[in-house]
Write a protein that binds this ligand. Structure first.
Ligand SMILES: C[S@@+](CC[C@H](N)C(=O)[O-])C[C@H]1O[C@@H](n2cnc3c(N)ncnc32)[C@H](O)[C@@H]1O
Length: 179
């Protein structure tokens, strides 16, 4: 995750983590996909190449104003809380940095980088259809093994499918299939 200098009415600009996850999901195909925490809409835009119906959510309304230029189904809500649908694919570049409190919603993940990601994945879990996929990006800075364990408790089989070393951390992509 690249720590960017932002004001609160700003949004997360596509960075190394975004591009890493984009490479990983660009060959996925299906009918319906959801990008949680869409930021600029970069990942939602990639998904729209191979999915007919793409929805993007974010709690940051400024981000959604930007995302709306590239994807029309933008919903301002936490995770997937405002939705009821069975998606073939749900993706999320998680806010995973360990933090005591959430100061920057784009990156702060609370204790061990688990608090916010766990809530996001809980909400997302019921939006993935049976045999559908949830793909998320986390990091060696977070307790990602515990996050994987929690994801499995929500009815997924989960495995690490890619890692990428950066200067201070290793990015980790986790692919989960809904059982
Ligand atoms: C690391 S940024 C990723 C942005 C974009 N997906 C990308 O890859 O460039 C995390 C995003 O999640 C959003 N976010 C944080 N908590 C959220 C929540 N509970 N529900 C929805 N979005 C959230 C932030 O506003 C931010 O846009």
């Amino acid at each position: 995750m690249i720590l960017q200098k932002r004001s609160f009415d700003d949004y997360y600009k596509p960075a190394e983590d975004t591009f890493f996850l984009a490479d990983h999901i660009q060959k996925e195909k299906g009918h319906a996909a959801l990008d949680i925490g869409t930021g600029s809409g970069f990942l939602a835009n990639i998904l729209s190449d191979n999915f007919e119906f793409v929805v993007a959510t974010d709690i940051n309304f400024e981000a959604l104003k930007k995302a709306h230029r590239v994807t029309k189904n933008c919903v301002c809500c936490s995770s997937a809380d405002a939705l009821r649908y069975g998606f073939d694919l749900v993706v999320c570049n998680l806010p995973y940095l360990p933090s005591e409190k959430v100061v920057d919603t784009a990156v702060d993940g609370l204790e061990e980088g688990l608090g916010i990601p766990t809530n996001i994945i809980k909400s997302a879990s019921s939006m993935v259809r049976k045999n559908g996929k949830l793909v998320y990006l986390t990091s060696s800075l977070a307790n990602y093994l515990e996050l994987i364990r929690r994801t499995e408790l929500l009815g997924f089989s989960a495995k690490i499918t890619a890692k990428k070393k950066l200067f201070f951390e290793e990015l980790v992509i986790v692919e989960c299939v809904k059982l």
